[in-house]
Design a protein. Structure first.
Length: 98
């Protein structure tokens, strides 16, 4: 499975954004939450989900959305299942390393 990734240097941090390919450009809504999966934030290119999750190791801040990428991050031990937010049934997780 392929996902979109975007790796950016922000100040002294490395920000990694990952989203499942079928979600790019969509807007998820649930209650007061409006979550836009914007092309300019997530689309730095396509890689396999395994490659994307491996990039977490060298990132300080990670923002991911989608069943495939979040499940893989959970399987690799980067995300605890109870830390995942569901927006319209789509998993969203963030990692901040301090």
């Amino acid at each position: 499975m392929e996902v979109y990734v975007n790796l950016k240097k922000v100040g002294g941090n490395v920000l990694l954004a990952i989203c499942d390919v079928d979600l790019l450009g969509k807007t998820l809504r649930q209650g007061k939450i409006v979550f836009q999966i914007k092309n300019e934030f997530y689309n730095g290119g396509k890689v396999t989900v395994e490659e994307a999750v491996d990039m977490i190791e060298n990132s300080n801040i990670v923002n991911m959305v989608g069943k495939c990428c979040v499940a893989q991050a959970i399987a690799k031990g980067y995300v605890h299942p109870e830390a995942v937010l569901q927006i319209e049934g789509v998993p969203h997780a963030q990692i901040v390393k301090v």
